[in-house]
Design a protein around this ligand. Sequence first.
Ligand code: SF4
Ligand code: SF4
Length: 293
Amino acid sequence: MISHYHILYRGPLSSCNYGCTYCPFAKRDETYTQLEGDRQSLDRFVNWVEQQDRSLSILFTPWGEALVRNWYQQAITRLSWMPHVRRVAIQTNLASRLSWLEDCQPDRVGLWSTFHPTETSIERFGDQVLRVLQSGTRISVGCVGLKEHFDLIEQLREAIPREVYVWINAYKRETNYYSPADVERLIAIDPHFATNNNRHASLGEACFAGEASFTVDGEGDIRRCHFVGEVIGSIEDTDWEDCLRARSCPNATCGCHIGYVHMKRLQLYPLYQEGLAERIPADWSPSRNARST
Ligand code: SF4
Ligand code: SF4
């Protein structure tokens, strides 16, 4: 019997206020009708969550940036006050206004915040991180580990309070991209970098995805994870839990944190515990993990 579900929600939204050159959502506009469709889908999802009696964590993994849309701010605020929602988290570039956090139950909210070196400065991003911390909201901060950004990533680590975990996503489009010295340098910032710098062999491996974790899209369709397209159920079904059961992975590898964190072999649930949604290891503390304090 599963006592807690990790839900990843991704609605139709697919636009962003930033312009990262490699990204299909960069500076993309959506029509009023498209945005209104996203708002209604989100509303349906939040209403469904409200009706449940199971303990839930929710991570929003939008295509593009959602926190610049006030309906996501309102949804997170509302979810943070639902007694059975242990955590509501979102992946964000942290560029939006943050005053809405004051209306949330702060220790129920987590911001998985990505620093984009071509779109903002460490100073501006760092000020936003401080605002989040002042509100009592949980936050992790990170960046893609491109070699040309190594110095900046180290500066980011120095600029952000030690109490904040800084993760680094490995650049995996080139094989053997990192030298052993590179890996050592990045592990000094993110002790869990080596786990991310890997496409984990997953075919036939037991995975909590589809059992204790699942994704929901704007139509309410349930899939085991973002990387396996098969629809296994719908939140519209009164017996939606019946579609969840122990499963093994049909894919050859799993290389993204929001996927492999659910692989049973990696045993990452004990590492992240209540910080799983917002990617904060349970044992993260400034004194244990700081390099120079
Ligand atoms: S912030 Fe994220 S979603 Fe927006 S353009 Fe950059 S990579 Fe794409
Ligand atoms: S290992 Fe990754 S791709 Fe496979 S089912 Fe789990 S989360 Fe999905």
